[in-house]
Design a protein around this ligand. Structure first.
Ligand SMILES: Nc1nc2c(ncn2[C@@H]2O[C@H](COP(=O)(O)OP(=O)(O)OP(=O)(O)O)[C@@H](O)[C@H]2O)c(=O)[nH]1
Ligand SMILES: [Mg+2]
Length: 260
């Protein structure tokens, strides 16, 4: 998030940056795409007006105020309407029962987590994140439901796989088998994966490095876009960052499809 921004300002500023971005010629855009996402935001404004060069050099408070002002002027003069909605992506969330899928998704949606029960069938949540909304379809992880997972993969643009890093060897082995078959499934094998090694707060939890080795991710997921992060339901800032990275991969995939 830019220094001094409220979430609402950040959202509006992001929307304005996306609009400015669209104004560029294709060749300019290609050049800018190679920069980091933060630079895209800044470059978008710098291209629009050299005066913004000065503004970004000022204090965070001044920058935030000026950015908001410029954003308002752009929208008033050019768009005469509310900023466009954040992009939406359809994501499927799988993992064994008890791995923490519902807990993490509920926390991301600012919902209470006191009375969470095992998911029967599936449940869909619109998870609002800074740069996108993820429509996440969580598939229950109980044995009776797991065998039907693949029926619900169609239409997914990304995958979140949650595992319990502190589970028994036996359960970890089952989780590994499930992740491997998901990574190789024809409807998922080309999609970005976010793998969350959850329950990291527990003393028995394996480290992310241990999970990476145990799950043989390097050889299996080579050539695919995936992220493996540790997580716990008590540290949602980290989880939001992981989802932010997934969104980045989803955006890249979108651009890739656009280029074809
Ligand atoms: N200590 C700890 N407990 C967690 C964590 N994440 C989830 N839990 C607990 O694990 C239990 C199961 O969580 P759920 O969110 O229902 O798991 P799920 O993956 O949705 O399970 P199914 O819906 O049955 O597939 C709950 O009691 C949660 O409070 C975590 O990171 N640390
Ligand atoms: Mg659940």
């Amino acid at each position: 998030m830019c220094a001094g921004f409220t979430e609402e300002e950040e959202c509006t500023a992001n929307a304005a940056s996306r609009f400015i971005h669209k104004l560029f010629s294709k060749s300019e855009r290609r050049g800018i795409q190679s920069q980091s996402r933060q630079k895209i935001k800044t470059f978008g404004c710098i291209q629009l007006t050299p005066a913004f060069h000065f503004i970004v050099a000022l204090s965070p408070e001044t920058t935030a105020r000026s950015y908001r002002g410029i954003t308002w002027i752009i929208w008033t003069l050019c768009c005469k309407g509310p900023p466009p909605p954040r992009p939406e992506y359809d994501v499927v969330c799988i993992g064994l029962t008890g791995s923490g899928k519902t807990s993490l998704l509920s926390r991301l949606c600012s919902e209470a987590t006191d009375n969470i029960v095992p998911t029967t069938g599936f449940s869909i949540k619109a998870v609002p994140l800074q740069n996108a909304i993820l429509n996440v379809k969580e598939l229950g992880g109980a044995d009776s439901i797991k065998k039907y997972w693949s029926r619900y993969y169609q239409g997914s643009q990304g995958v979140v796989f949650v595992l319990d890093s502190a589970s028994s060897e036996e359960d970890l082995e089952v989780a590994r088998t499930e992740l491997h078959s998901a990574l190789q499934h024809p409807q998922l094998c080309t999609l970005p994966f976010l793998i969350l090694a959850n329950h990291q707060d527990k003393p028995a939890a394996r480290s992310v490095q241990e999970i990476k080795k145990y799950f043989e991710l390097e050889p299996l997921a080579r050539g695919k876009s995936w992220i493996l992060d540790g997580s716990t339901v008590d540290s949602m800032d980290t989880v939001k960052e992981s989802f932010g990275q997934l969104i980045h991969l989803l955006e890249e995939k979108d651009h890739e499809i656009g280029r074809i």
